[in-house]
Every structure is written in structure tokens, then in C-alpha cells.
Design a protein around this ligand. Sequence first.
Ligand SMILES: O=C(O)CCC(=O)C(=O)O
Ligand SMILES: [Fe+2]
Length: 330
Amino acid sequence: MQEQRAEQPRRKPSVVFEMPDLTASGQILSAAERDFFVANGFLVKRGLIGQEALTDAMDRVWAHLLDRVPIDQRSPWSLSRGDPETWLDPRWAPMPPVPKAGFYEGRQRIVHAGATVKLHDLGGARFVLALLPNNPRVRRVATALLGDLRPSSRTRGVYALFPTNRPTGTNGDEEARIVRALGPHTDQVCQQLNACAYLEDVPARSGGFTVYPGSHRIMFRAHRYAANWSPLPTFRAAMRQVVAEIEPLEIIGNAGDVIFWHGRTVHSAGAHLGSDIRWALFADFTHNRETLTDDEHRQAGLYEWFKDAKLFRNDLEAGEDMWQGWQLGG
Ligand SMILES: O=C(O)CCC(=O)C(=O)O
Ligand SMILES: [Fe+2]
């Protein structure tokens, strides 16, 4: 178990969203950006990662993908970086079973299923850490939002969304396809602040990370604790309310943009009707406080080796002020 999916209310299709410029020159986080994050539960910082580092990273990521992700030998499909025609409709080999014990318990090192490839095994690579959680420009923003951060030891890894060739048909069909593609959920274990970096440009309807603005306030109230996974009996109703009432935003952006989101924000991989691969890197930030051991996580049924989001030993109750302890809360 790693995600809590919404049940079946009428869902709204996402609308394409581009972050307005709320920056103030010379400031890591402007008052307008802070207010935007507080109100919406997310914030996009454009161009935080440099082009040189991105180019180098994509060379390594592609080499890793071609080397490690097995293709279905019974299919004629093959993959070539330089030939975008080959990116369509990937045919991966079946995945090995989920490890039942040991460090990798609960999740394969690489997930390759349908259009999705999750390179969790790259999550702790030095170049990946340098790109996002240890990137000084990223860390300064995360600190300005959250405060004193736990040193980052891994990311979730690089997540690729491949294009698929299902017919779009009329506009009405496209809306239905977008709704079907969305899997709104919140993440578990310990959720304070997360980040999604685009490693290549993500145009409209091409798998852009999708958020339900304002859902962080509703979902915060549906947990007993401020950060630790602790759903109350109201959790499912809160999820239903979010997906029935809030219009999701599909975030478009460029390589090097970083989306920060509050850990209780309902989100989804975006609908992908395009022909490119959506390349994103996901990381978790938490306060630098004492956490449970791996075995204690296993006992709680919340062991997720591929996330840097460990349960706090002593979490705060979810009180009136949801920004208690956050830097932005003053
Ligand atoms: O791939 C995406 O855009 C979504 C990933 C996600 O929701 C997650 O890592 O929890
Ligand atoms: Fe998620």
C-alpha cells in the first residue's frame, strides 16, 4: 500500500495551468509566492535547475533506462532515444514480484507498467541528489517554506510517462479520457513538503503533474497528525469532496522548473495525450526531527524505502494552525 485512491464521485477534468510570475527580484520567496502556496498548497519556481546539469542528468537517465528496464521479448517494440516514433506504446517485460523482505520490501527497484516507468533505483544517486534536494537553489526555497530540513539521503527517483496512441476522437471524448487518466490521491508515511522537478519541457496535455488547489486544507483536517499518515474516519468523505468540488490544475512548465507541494495536497500524474515522454524527478522534504526506525515503519505497515519521508517519532496533533512549525508560518 502506498496511495489512497478516491472513490467514484463525478470527477472534473483538469485544466492546463501555467504559474504566474509572483517572484520579487532578489528574494528567495516573495510574499505573493508565500501567500499563493498557503492558499493553493503548491508553488512553481521556474528555472531552479541549470541546463547543464539537466543535460548531463538526462544522458545518465536514458542510459540507465535502456540498460535496466527490460522490454517484452515477445513484442516487436524497441526503444531508441533519438527516434521519438519508438517512444509510443511501450511494451515492457512483466515485472518481477514485489520483494517480501529486506531493504527493497514492498516495491520493485524499477516499476515498468504500461506507460509508466519509475526509476526508484536512481533515487539515491549522487547526481540526482545534487539536481534536486541538495541543489542549493531548491533547498533555499524548501527552507523558506518549511524551515530546518532533514538532510536528504534519497529522492523517489525519476518517473517517466510514455506516450500512448489511444484515439482522442471528439472534444467530448477527450474530456472523458482526461478524467479517466487522473488518479487523484494523497501520499502516505510522513507528508510535509514535496517537490517535482521537470527534467524536460512539459507542454499541455503531456502528463504534467496535476494538483487539486486548496485540497491541502481539507485533507489536513482529515488526519489526526500534522504530517504522519493518520487518516481519520472522515478521510474518504474529504477525498470525495475534493474530487467533486475542486477543478484540478495540470501544471505545464519547462525543464528545470520545480513544483513544491504541501504533503496533504491531493494530486495525480497528468493526462498524457501528447507524443513526448514526461520526465520528472520527485523528492520529499521533512523537518529535521527524530524518526522511527525501518522496522518500526514495517510494523506500522508504512515501510517505503523509495521515499525520504520517515514517520516522526513525536508528531504534532493536527491543530488549528496547519502551519505550526513551518518557516512560512513565522
Ligand atoms: O508521476 C506523477 O506525476 C505522479 C507521481 C505521484 O503521485 C507520486 O509519486 O506519489
Ligand atoms: Fe503521489
